[in-house]
Design a protein around this ligand. Structure first.
Ligand code: UD1
Length: 348
């Protein structure tokens, strides 16, 4: 299949593009490089062993998106592109709604006009809201506690409505738990712009000396060691989930399929810190701080539906996740290099 990967220069998109290519698909990247670096493209080319087609397009631009899809001959779209910082979404809700909803709407309009039948969407476990019991199942009600989360809930609804109107559409709503880790080569990984919001990139930056210490947000949760527990999964397992979902959309009669992508096993903040210390070979300075507003004690998946319907499981361990994150971070302490300004020589 020829597959358009939106946000393909980003963290999860880059790993997934490589796996699509390895599976024999033609993965084509569209990215506006607002939060990703152009230098990722050369690294992807090196890992893929060929030049990957890349388009620089803002997907909220309806006409530009239509032109891209019209000329592309795509069989499917995998839609990663979007803003994802919870705190920023509270400060700038309209940016989040217009960007995240706008890009999905223009992609769907262009796909409908040009007959692209498959859509795989990057959703999030955040759609289970604040009070969901664990493990979380796909049939739980959805809600959100911040604009970022609402954009995920709303985009899921937009996709369900689009599939009612066009029963030939096949949609996968993939609800990610906590993606971490990096490609085994250490040449691509997570490179958050600005101060990271998430635990693993913060730990990695402490380990490499970019920050003094990690703040543990609360050690008085009702969990075995008092720290929050999450369902961390390796980004390579997550990428494989997308390949499996795309395959499945080719055979299913179900118009919209929702799959949790997680391991089903919770790991505490202290357990992640310990695993990372083993991986990097030294202790990491931590300090216990108050709970972070909006955090829940525990979030982890019931991944049995994805296992049954996709034949997919996230098997890599927390130690592998930390080892691969450390390889990436230690080889690239400041993340990807900036391309010289104005250079788009690696864009095609
Ligand atoms: C966060 C977002 C969620 C989003 C997800 C993926 C919030 C409240 N939730 O989820 O909406 O879908 O990221 O981007 O922001 N922790 C620390 N110290 C830190 C950072 C985190 O102790 O400096 C702890 C947290 O309290 C939590 C765990 O580490 O227990 C994981 O945090 P994080 O990586 O931010 O993920 P989520 O809280 O699951």
């Amino acid at each position: 299949m020829r597959i358009l990967v939106s946000g393909g220069a980003g963290y999860i998109g880059s790993h997934t593009t490589l796996q699509l290519i390895a599976a024999g698909h033609d993965g084509v990247i569209v990215d506006d490089f607002r939060r990703s670096k152009r230098s990722v493209v050369a690294r992807l080319d090196a890992l893929a062993g060929r030049s990957i087609e890349v388009h620089e397009v803002d997907l909220t631009d309806l006409a530009a998106t239509d032109a891209l899809v019209s000329a592309g001959g795509f069989d499917a779209v995998v839609h990663f592109a979007g803003l994802k910082a919870v705190g920023e979404s509270v400060e700038k809700p309209l940016d989040y709604y217009s960007n995240n909803l706008g890009s999905t709407l223009s992609l769907l309009a262009a796909m409908s006009r040009h007959g692209v039948p498959k859509f795989v969407f990057s959703s999030s476990a955040t759609v289970y809201g604040e009070n969901a019991p664990v493990p979380m199942r796909e049939d739980f009600p959805t809600s959100a506690t911040n604009p970022y989360g609402w954009t995920k809930v709303m985009q899921e609804q937009i996709l369900r409505d689009a599939a009612v109107a066009d029963p030939s559409l096949r949609v996968a709503l993939l609800r990610y738990f906590n993606p971490v880790g990096a490609h085994a080569s250490g040449t691509i990984g997570e490179d958050p712009s600005g101060i990271p919001n998430n635990l693993m990139p913060l730990i990695a930056q402490v380990a490499v000396g970019r920050r003094d210490k990690l703040l543990i947000y609360g050690d008085d949760y009702p969990t075995p060691d008092g720290t929050g527990r999450r369902d961390y999964l390796h980004v390579e397992d997550l990428a494989a989930g997308h390949v499996a979902a795309l395959d499945r959309l080719g055979t299913t009669d179900v118009t919209v399929s929702t799959w949790n992508l997680g391991t089903g096993t919770p790991t505490s903040v202290r357990e992640v810190v310990d695993a990372f210390s083993r991986a990097c070979g030294h202790e990491l300075p931590v300090e216990v701080a108050p709970r972070r507003a909006g955090d829940v004690a525990e979030s982890y998946a019931d991944p049995s539906r994805a296992e049954a319907e996709l034949g997919w499981r996230a098997d890599r361990t927390i130690d592998q996740m930390c080892e691969d994150t450390w390889r990436w971070q230690s080889q690239n302490p400041d993340g990807y290099p900036d391309a010289p300004s104005g250079s788009s020589s690696d864009l095609r």
